[in-house]
Design a protein around this ligand. Sequence first.
Ligand code: FES
Ligand code: FES
Length: 163
Amino acid sequence: MSEVQTKTTVRVRLNVNGAVHELDVEPRWLLSDVLRHQLGLTGTHVGCEQGVCGACTVLVDGKPERSCLMFAVQAEGHEVTTIEGLTPEDGLSPLQEAFQAHHALQCGFCTPGMVVTAAALLRDNPNPTEEEVREALSGNVCRCTGYQFIVDAVLAAAKEGRS
Ligand code: FES
Ligand code: FES
């Protein structure tokens, strides 16, 4: 009689916000769920779980990715940055301050994904046009703000040379 395979988890080493975590995860677990439930990084929000809303956006090797479309095991060997990793220990980043100053959030559900995406934009393109900001954020859905204030905030942060 062959031996029954009972082990359902695998050990992964995830580099998240500059810290390496050794975790036992099931291969089917999503990166978004592991970030939230194993690492307690609940700033990464989960809305659609289908790659549509962008709420779960994190940086993978510096590039915005939907963490609900990745298995956690796929993140091994890559650098993952969440909204927590973009937030100073004390207070807010300049981009986050711009969101606050320009009333770029209401319920805040979309905001971490927006900020992560906008931070990557401003890193690569420090002086974007309004059209470029809208294009960069086109994969992030907001049900509250009507987007204008979000665009205003990103442009204001760019104008001040801050992200
Ligand atoms: S929760 Fe990942 S794109 Fe909506
Ligand atoms: S602020 Fe509510 S979904 Fe964007």
